[in-house]
Design a protein around this ligand. Structure first.
Ligand SMILES: Cc1ncc(COP(=O)(O)O)c(C=O)c1O
Length: 403
């Protein structure tokens, strides 16, 4: 059901008229339904590491259950986890945030996004969102009553956000800028010199910045993650969001965190008090073990993603008429298929039907994504290779491309 499909006879809030079903879920569900019928489908859709959560993290959560850590925690999250996060931000990112008042543990970055928008923006406020984008940003801004302003990223710039991209869209109503680096869906990583310029831009226009760093550990080749909060004048105006889903393969645990100055965290916690109260207590114990325990599993998963990334790059080079994004980080390739079709949703459905491979249409990440598909390489090497063969073959198959 899309937003416009909401039957007018069903009582619903008017704001829901502009909230569609996620295009990612749609494809994933279609593929899953075909699998349930016994079809062999390779899923290249979902942004979820395929690894198990490292065992020491699971053991810590089990121990927490066994020792009765089954109650509500502080609205801010447990002191142990906040202190481990503060140490992580200091050591990994060069950021100093006080575990008492400047850190908030939440149910995944997804909850952070919704909470930030509810607490900080509303009617009359504009949120600048580089697109194609992880669509929670667009839709949570809309749900909060603010205006989501899409800022197109340029394929020719490797989808790196620059000040030149932002200049035409910034107005006195602009309150928040969303930065996601490494980026979903393009896999781009903003280089340090561009980040410095974006920081100066945010200061110049008095913008708050939501910096989504959830893919920070997944960078490859010469790419390096740097937090915009480290630049002059930015600690005060950056809301760093990060979590455990991608780096530690903990998507189902639902733990993430927000680092920001105290007045901002105070606003966020006022929302949390009346929505989710706190994250899961024993999942937080697991998250402490994730941060304080051995980091080798993170490196192992990163290295394996890198190996797969190189496979994807090599295989996609076989496509003479389509080009892929640079794949500097995260685990996505964003492929320009505009030479084949102008209807990427239809192409994705045909690939599913005739080539038995599921990919996400680029338009699921905003209108500018039309004419693209996103491939996730968060699945086993051999299966990925099989999926890529099907994709490459499908993009040459008359039944798929309609010629
Ligand atoms: C950019 C980005 N932010 C946040 C999330 C969700 O993170 P979490 O599992 O912590 O809610 C995702 C998931 O795909 C993502 O791509």
């Amino acid at each position: 059901m899309t937003a416009t499909d909401v039957p007018q006879t069903v009582l619903h809030a008017q704001r829901m008229d502009s909230i569609p079903y996620s295009g990612i879920r749609k494809l994933f569900q279609a593929a899953t339904a075909m699998q349930a019928e016994g079809r062999d489908i390779v899923q290249l859709t979902i942004g979820r590491p395929d690894f198990d959560t490292p065992s020491h993290i699971k053991e810590a959560a089990k121990a927490a259950l066994d020792t009765g850590q089954v109650h509500y925690t502080s609205n801010f999250g447990t002191p142990e986890l906040r202190s481990a996060i503060a140490a992580k931000l200091r050591n990994d990112n060069g950021l100093r945030f006080d575990p008492e008042g400047e850190l908030l543990v939440v149910n995944g970055v997804s909850e952070a996004i919704a909470t930030i928008f509810l607490a900080l923006v509303g009617p009359g406020d504009d949120v600048l969102i580089p697109v194609p984008a992880y669509l929670n940003y667009m839709h949570c801004a809309t749900l909060a009553g603010a205006r989501a302003i899409p800022v197109p990223l340029q394929q020719g710039d490797g989808y790196h956000l620059t000040v030149a991209d932002l200049e035409p869209y910034v107005t006195p109503q602009s309150r928040l800028l969303v930065l996601v680096s490494p980026h979903n869906p393009t896999g781009s990583v903003i280089p340090e010199h561009d980040m410095a310029e974006l920081a100066a831009f945010a200061v110049r226009h008095d913008l708050l910045v939501v910096s989504d760093e959830i893919y920070e550990k997944l960078v490859y080749g010469g790419a390096r993650h740097v937090s915009i909060a480290t630049f002059p004048g930015m600690r005060e105006r950056t809301i760093v969001v990060n979590g455990f889903s991608k780096a530690y393969s903990m998507t189902g645990w639902r733990v993430g965190y927000v680092a920001a100055i105290k007045p901002i965290i105070d606003l966020l916690v006022r929302v949390i008090q009346y929505t989710t109260i706190c994250p899961n207590s024993f999942a937080q114990a697991g998250a402490v073990a994730a941060l304080l325990g051995p980091q080798e599993p993170v490196a192992m998963m990163r290295d394996e993603f890198d190996r797969r990334r190189q496979l994807v790059a090599a295989r996609l080079a076989e496509l003479t008429t389509c080009s892929a994004s640079p794949m500097e980080g995260a685990f996505y390739a964003f492929i320009d298929v505009s030479s084949i079709t102008s209807d990427d949703s239809d192409l994705a459905l045909r690939l599913l039907e005739h080539a038995s491979v599921a990919v996400v249409p680029g338009s699921a990440f905003g209108e500018v994504g039309n004419g693209h598909i996103r491939v996730s390489y968060a699945l086993g090497y051999d299966r990925l290779n099989e999926g890529l063969s099907r994709l490459i073959e499908g993009l040459g198959d008359a039944r798929v491309i309609g010629r």
